[in-house]
Design a protein around this ligand. Structure first.
Ligand code: SAH
Ligand code: DHB
Ligand code: MG
Length: 222
């Protein structure tokens, strides 16, 4: 990571985010429990929070919980009656997330569903769950197109779909790549471009988590 990105993120956090005991404790518990440090950064987590607040989201769906770091940022954006459903395949990650969310005081708003997200999502569609105001996709990248389709089925018109890690140090434009994560992300861009119900952009980010980006799409009314 070039010098400066991490320092500026720390400076941004100092000015606009401050010390956050619960989130600091969550990252410490994640590390102690052997979870990979692939959570969104503090500034990115707060962006998710601001996006959720800006559309008055009260139903949020997340694909990829890890230790619940992004989950906490999103759950804190919810009003009193708000709910967040988050999908995670790894029972140990889910257990650690449950502890972190409880300690952060948002455990009662969040439901962690353990299992392969594709299966959970098709079950949710079959049950007519939702609609969700915001869907945050941040799990196994090869399934990103399938997650996008599910998100479209489960989101309300005017809802937001946000996808993490769509740039990956520029690897997304490497036409020779055989990395399944890169291929999944390229396919995601194609699918979004071909989807008339979505108005979308992608924003590159630099910071504590290196060079990456978010795809952000709004679901149009029919
Ligand atoms: N959103 C988190 C980071 C998620 S990391 C944050 O920013 O704090 C990606 C997570 O997706 C990991 O915990 C991984 O176990 C989970 N995952 C991977 N494949 C999955 C699948 N098929 N279904 C559900 N979760 C999956
Ligand atoms: C990876 C996954 C993520 O969601 C992320 O934000 C960073 C890295 C990964 O699988 O390597
Ligand atoms: Mg991610």
């Amino acid at each position: 990571m070039p010098t400066g990105w991490g320092e500026v993120d720390a400076w941004i956090a100092e000015h606009l985010i401050g010390d956050d005991t619960a989130l600091g404790a969550a990252l410490a518990r994640n590390a102690a429990e052997g979870l990979p440090a692939i959570d969104v950064s503090a500034a990115q987590g707060k962006l998710l929070h601001v996006l959720a607040r800006s559309i008055g989201a009260w139903r949020i769906l997340e694909v990829g919980t890890l230790g619940g770091y992004s989950t906490t940022w999103l759950a804190r954006a919810l009003p009193g009656h708000g709910v967040l459903v988050t999908l995670e395949i790894d029972p140990h990650h889910a257990e650690v997330a449950q502890a972190n969310l409880g300690a952060a005081g948002v455990g009662d708003k969040v439901e962690i569903r353990v299992g392969a997200a594709l299966q959970t999502l098709s079950h949710m569609e079959a049950e007519g769950e939702g609609p969700f105001d915001l869907v945050f996709i941040d799990a196994d990248k090869p399934n990103n197109v399938a997650y996008l389709k599910a998100a479209l089925a489960l989101a309300r018109p005017g809802g937001l779909i946000v996808v993490d890690n769509v740039v990956r140090e520029g690897r997304v434009i490497d036409a020779a790549s055989t990395d399944p994560a890169v291929l999944g992300t390229c396919a995601l861009f194609d699918a979004v471009a071909a989807e008339p119900r979505l108005t979308a952009t992608a924003i590159q980010t630099v910071g504590a988590k290196g060079w990456d980006g978010f795809l952000i799409a709004v679901v149009d009314s029919e």
